[in-house]
Design a protein around this ligand. Structure first.
Ligand code: MG
Length: 371
C-alpha cells in the first residue's frame, strides 16, 4: 500500500499572499488540486497536511477524491510530516510539496519504482550551472558539477524507516538542521537513492510564479495609398505605382507588429510612444521604431517566442518580397527565421483593400517571461 503526504500547511509569506499559496488559482484551478490529481492514481491514500483555518477549503477541494483527506499540519514542515507519517497506513510513503503543481504521473511512478528497488527515491536534478560553496561572500569551494544535484519532491521511503528517523530527530531536538525528508533519512537511516526529476517540477514561491509565463498580443494597422513610387513593408522597399500615406515611412506591417508586441507586454500603443504630432518621427524608419519597442518589451521582462503576420493587399504582388520581410522581422525580434510567419493575400476585390485603396496588416506575437 502506498501513502502520499502532501505538505500544504505553509502560509505563503514568501509569495507575499494573505492566503495559503496552495489554495490560490493557477490557470483556473487551485494549486493543490494539481498535485492531488498527479498522485490520485498511484497512491492508495493521500494525506494533505494543512493548517486548521484552511481545513474546510482543503476538504472541499478533496471531495472528488474519496481516498484523500486533510490531516492537521504542524507549525513547521517537519512537524506536519511527522503527524502525517503517524496517521498514514502505507508501507511506502511519498512526501511532496503541494506547491509543486507540475509534478507528473511519471515522476510519481519513478519515485515508487526507486523505493521498490532501493528503499528510497529522491527526485533530483543534475546541476546545469556551476555551483559553489561560499563563506563570507567569497567562494570557499567549487564542487565538481557532476556531483551536484538540486533536490525536489516527491521523495519516497519505507514509512517505518522515515517515521523512525523523524522520531529520532525530534527526540534529539535537531529538526532545525533539516529542510526536507532526504536530509533526515540520510542522517538516521542511509544515503537516499536519487532519481532524475523534471525541470518543470518547480516550487511556486514568488508572486510571478503564479502568473502565466506566456502572453499573446494582437496588432492591426491600415494605411491608404497615396503619392509615391514605392512602399516599405517589413523593412523591405517595394517599387509600386503609389506610396503609403503616413507620418513615418508607412510600414504598416511593422506598425501592426509593434502594437502586438506592446499590447502583449501590457504597454500602451505606438501612438503613445511615437505620436504622429511629433516632428521627430516624420519619415521615421519603422524598423528603428521597432528596435525601440523591443527595448521597451525587454525592459518589462519579456522576449518574443514567435510572430505571425497577415497582410491584406490587392496590389502590389508581395510574394517575391516575403522572405526578405521575414528575415528583417526575425533579426529585429532576435528570433530564428522559422519563428516568423508572414502570409499575404488579397481581399477578393471587396472593400477598401479590394478596391486598391490601402493595405491592412494583422500581427500576433507570443511573448515569454524572461525574469
Ligand atoms: Mg501605422
Amino acid at each position: 500500500m502506498i501513502s502520499a503526504v502532501l505538505c500544504a500547511a505553509g502560509r505563503g509569506e514568501r509569495a507575499g499572499f494573505a492566503q495559503n499559496k496552495v489554495l490560490r488559482e493557477l490557470y483556473g484551478m487551485p494549486v493543490l488540486s494539481y498535485a492531488v490529481s498527479a498522485f490520485a492514481a498511484a497512491a492508495d491514500e493521500i494525506l494533505v497536511a494543512c493548517r486548521a483555518e484552511d481545513a474546510e477549503r482543503v476538504r472541499r477541494l478533496l471531495s472528488p477524491y474519496p481516498h484523500a483527506r486533510a490531516v492537521p499540519g504542524g507549525e513547521t514542515r517537519a512537524q506536519s510530516v511527522l503527524h502525517a507519517l503517524r496517521e498514514a497506513k502505507g508501507e511506502i510513503v511519498l512526501v511532496h510539496d503541494a506547491a509543486r503543481p507540475y509534478v507528473t504521473h511519471k515522476l510519481v511512478e519513478d519515485c515508487i519504482a526507486s523505493v521498490r528497488a532501493f528503499g528510497s527515491g529522491v527526485c533530483a536534478l543534475p546541476a546545469t550551472d556551476t555551483t559553489v560553496l561560499a563563506k563570507d561572500g567569497c567562494i570557499a569551494a567549487v564542487p565538481a558539477r557532476g556531483d551536484v544535484f538540486t533536490v525536489q519532491t516527491p521523495q519516497g521511503f519505507l514509512r517505518s524507516e522515515l517515521l523512525r528517523a523523524y522520531e529520532a530527530m525530534f527526540a534529539e531536538g535537531r529538526e532545525a538542521q533539516f529542510t526536507d525528508e532526504s536530509g533526515v533519512y540520510a542522517a538516521y537511516v542511509a544515503p537516499p537513492h536519487l532519481f532524475i526529476g523534471d525541470r518543470a517540477n518547480k516550487k511556486l514561491t514568488f508572486p510571478e510564479d503564479f502568473a502565466p509565463a506566456e502572453r499573446v498580443g494582437l496588432g492591426i494597422d491600415t494605411h491608404a495609398f497615396g503619392e509615391g513610387d514605392r512602399i516599405v513593408l517589413g523593412g523591405a522597399v517595394i517599387p509600386h505605382t503609389h506610396g503609403l500615406t503616413a507620418h513615418s515611412d508607412g510600414d504598416v506591417l511593422v506598425h501592426a507588429l509593434m502594437d502586438a508586441l506592446l499590447s502583449a507586454a501590457g504597454l500602451r500603443d505606438i501612438g503613445y510612444y511615437f505620436p504622429d504630432t511629433d516632428a521627430r518621427f516624420a519619415g521615421a524608419n519603422s524598423m528603428e521604431l521597432l528596435a525601440e519597442v523591443m527595448r521597451l518589451v525587454r525592459r518589462e521582462g519579456f522576449a518574443p517566442c514567435n510572430a505571425s503576420i497577415s497582410v491584406l493587399a490587392e496590389r502590389p504582388r508581395l510574394s517575391p518580397h516575403i522572405e526578405r520581410m521575414r528575415q528583417n522581422v526575425a533579426r529585429a525580434l532576435g528570433l530564428p527565421l522559422s519563428a516568423v510567419g508572414i502570409a499575404a493575400g488579397t481581399n477578393e476585390r471587396l472593400g477598401y483593400v479590394g478596391e486598391g485603396k490601402g493595405i491592412t496588416c494583422c500581427a500576433s506575437v507570443l511573448l515569454r517571461r524572461t525574469v
